[in-house]
Design a protein around this ligand. Structure first.
Ligand code: ZN
Ligand code: ZN
Length: 181
């Protein structure tokens, strides 16, 4: 998978502070993925951007939109969600890869790194298919949302009663000097 450049010719804006124009892009961006989330390659990422010429370069702002597919961190079920990410980034003359700004080279800028950074940062670390997903049973592996698990609940009140009894016996034995019986 090779990175694609989403190059924009902004030579008309360079050196014209105050000038601006809108641009709309829809591009396939391969390799947008984390372990549990991905933007499918066949689904384009769209952006409606305002390009504003400023003294330092070109300011790019607007929403980045698309669809990401995720796997629920609890039950592993795949699901899709729309994303809508507002961005505002400066493409500056002479910016290097270590700078906060993106580079603007000879009147051209590449939107791909900005889109990649915004989308990957927005990918949830533990996506959930729904807020109250019950997940998979750790013992039988059944999907508890679907009632596939018939295991006893983890904390059975009957066991805690027995534990309390044991505790009482342990405390009584060393304290009493002789056996009452
Ligand atoms: Zn789930
Ligand atoms: Zn179970």
């Amino acid at each position: 998978m090779t990175a694609v450049a989403i190059e924009l010719d902004v030579r008309d804006l360079v050196g014209q502070p105050g000038a601006s124009r809108a641009v709309r892009v829809a591009e396939h961006v391969p390799g947008l993925a984390t372990p549990l989330a991905t933007v499918p390659e066949e689904r384009p990422v769209g952006a409606e951007l305002l390009l504003e010429s400023v003294v330092e370069g070109v300011l790019v702002s607007g929403p980045i939109e698309g669809v990401m597919t995720m796997h629920c961190a609890r039950c592993l079920k795949p699901f899709e969600t729309q994303f809508h990410l507002p961005v505002q980034e400066l493409f500056a003359f002479g910016a290097s890869p270590d700078d906060d700004e993106y580079p603007l080279v000879e009147g051209f800028l590449d939107l791909e790194p900005m889109i990649r950074d915004a989308v990957v940062l927005a990918m949830p670390f533990s996506p959930l298919c729904r807020e109250d997903c019950l997940g998979l049973c750790a013992r039988c592996g059944g999907d508890r949302n679907l009632g596939e698990c018939a295991c006893e609940p983890e904390s059975d009140p009957r066991w805690s009663v027995l534990r309390d009894l044991d505790l009482d016996l342990d405390l009584d034995l060393p304290d009493g000097p002789g056996s009452p019986g």
